[in-house]
Ligand binder design. Structure first.
Ligand SMILES: [Zn+2]
Length: 312
């Protein structure tokens, strides 16, 4: 692991040195994001200083990261640096870990990887064991809903709205189907590649695009591609502090997102004001780079080709 962090630090140091990174008037790196979760001081000046001293130009991957995933991260980081150089973009300049519910995040060229998610990956159980455990949970949930329904129907519970009852019946049908079909169960726990395709409707879509892949390595690679896509919209075409704060690609994605068709994942919908266009882009870009053009939103395909032509 320390070996992997040594290489990661070299890659981050290379990225930090790039003259493509926008500087403040005092010559230090300009920062857009607050990087909450990295344990930095609250005061902005000190926070910025802390980010520079402790994170920029360094690699501190999650401690329990399996060596295969650490190596894959470095391999992709080198590839990302090459892609940035071709497109005239600043390369990534930090790889670090954070205790976060989301899998990873990106901002100011800092890739923060969730130690919690890595712990989950590191303790990944064989699919059949994971499925057995999940089935026990679904069975318990089914028993509970069936019992509730019985009590309503026998008059023990009164004043239950028809709407709630309808939802309970729907949930019972869903759980029975999950318990009957092992493959649906594996998809549900993200251990079989989702079979969703256009025309299937939204309810069968997986939570995020990583679940279109079955192996841990592919899921992690697709996560890295997703995060790198955030780096693209944050830095492509950025030339000064103004455009660093308000990136031209983000303005373009907000416009484009208004015309979007049936996009590939659930994940992109319903987050904060500016999140959906960026998540929509990151999810579709990741699928595109992972060879799943067949489930990329038609609306965004011309942009994907444009970025490919730039070497991204
Ligand atoms: Zn994202």
């Amino acid at each position: 692991m320390s070996q992997a962090n040594r290489l990661g630090t070299e890659i981050a140091a290379y990225g930090r040195k790039s003259d493509k990174w926008v500087k403040d008037p005092d010559g230090t790196e300009h920062i857009r994001f607050d990087h909450s979760g990295l344990g930095l001081p609250k005061q902005w000046d000190k926070r910025k200083q802390g980010l520079r001293d402790r994170y920029l130009g360094k690699s501190k991957m999650p401690k329990k990261m399996p060596i295969e995933l650490a190596n894959l991260t470095n391999k992709k980081a080198i590839e990302f640096a090459e892609r940035c150089d071709k497109a005239g973009m600043p390369p990534l300049r930090s790889f670090t870990n954070v205790r976060s519910a989301s899998w990873a995040s990106m901002g100011d060229g800092v890739l923060a990887m969730s130690g919690k998610h890595i712990d989950d990956l590191a303790s990944y159980k064989a699919p059949e064991i994971a499925l057995k455990e999940a089935r026990e949970g679904w069975k318990a949930s089914l028993d509970y809903h069936v019992l509730t329904l019985e009590r309503v129907e026998s008059g023990q519970y009164t004043n239950v709205s028809a709407e709630v009852l309808k939802e309970t019946k729907k949930e019972i049908r869903r759980l029975k189907k999950l318990l009957k079909d092992d493959n649906a169960g594996l998809e549900k726990i993200g251990r079989a590649a989702s079979s969703w395709k256009f025309g299937d409707g939204p309810s069968k879509k997986p939570f995020n695009s990583a679940y279109y892949f079955a192996s841990v390595e592919e899921q992690w690679e697709s996560t890295l591609e997703h995060e790198f896509s955030h780096h693209i919209h944050q830095t492509l075409g950025v030339t000064d502090i103004g455009s660093y704060q308000y990136p031209p690609m983000e303005a373009r994605l907000i416009q484009l997102h208004k015309t979007h068709g049936e996009n590939a994942t659930l994940y992109a919908e319903g987050q904060g004001a500016n999140r959906p266009p960026m998540e929509w882009f990151a999810e579709n870009r990741s699928l595109w780079k992972m060879g799943r053009e067949d489930i990329v939103d038609q609306t965004i395909k011309p942009l994907m080709k444009e970025l490919d032509d730039m070497g991204l």
